[in-house]
Write a protein that binds this ligand. Sequence first.
Ligand code: HEC
Length: 183
Amino acid sequence: MLGAVPTATAVLAQDAKPELANKLDPNAKEIDEPVLKAATAVKEEDGKYLDKDGHPTFHITNDGKKVDWYTYSGYRRYHAECHVCHGPDGMGSTYAPVLKDSLKRLSYEEFYGILAGGRQNHTAGNESVMPAFGDNKNVMCYANDLYVYLRARAAGAWGRARPGEKEEKPESAKTAEKECLGG
Ligand code: HEC
């Protein structure tokens, strides 16, 4: 398996800055207030947004039109690696669960664990398998990106659309990607 479950460092609430607030589409219909609140960024490090527990989160601005780099990247990775089973935009399929709902309840650690280790359900007549992606760099190098995108879907902060406007790819994302894919 690639790496270990990343450990989160709690972020102090007093680090929160007004410019980190999301500026969502005023007409967004699927906002889940508790999920959105828990996902509020209180800290930004080179284009990477962190919630009060130090977990990665999204940052959406310009009335819901612009996303941070990781949400954009997560959207692309999701549609490359996950949507065949989980449906477009995290909407689910007859085979695999609706991830935009799963992420309302799964913690970051649970999400990471399922992604790396997979999961199987053996109810009679309903054999569904979530593959283990622990050895797949095209997935694990982008685990945070996938989490951030799906979290934005769960909060209702991002809808069923391909992100258009996005923040620039951070230098630290370029470095981390190179190290992860090459290592
Ligand atoms: C081959 C089909 C398949 C692919 C590809 C796939 N999954 Fe899954 N996934 C499943 C199935 C089936 C389940 C339900 C397993 C079970 O019943 O325990 C699942 C479950 C999950 C869960 C737990 C959902 C819950 O409600 O508890 C998460 C999270 C998840 N998948 C994330 C992903 C991500 C992210 C990707 C892309 C990197 C992905 N999956 C790709 C089939 C797939």
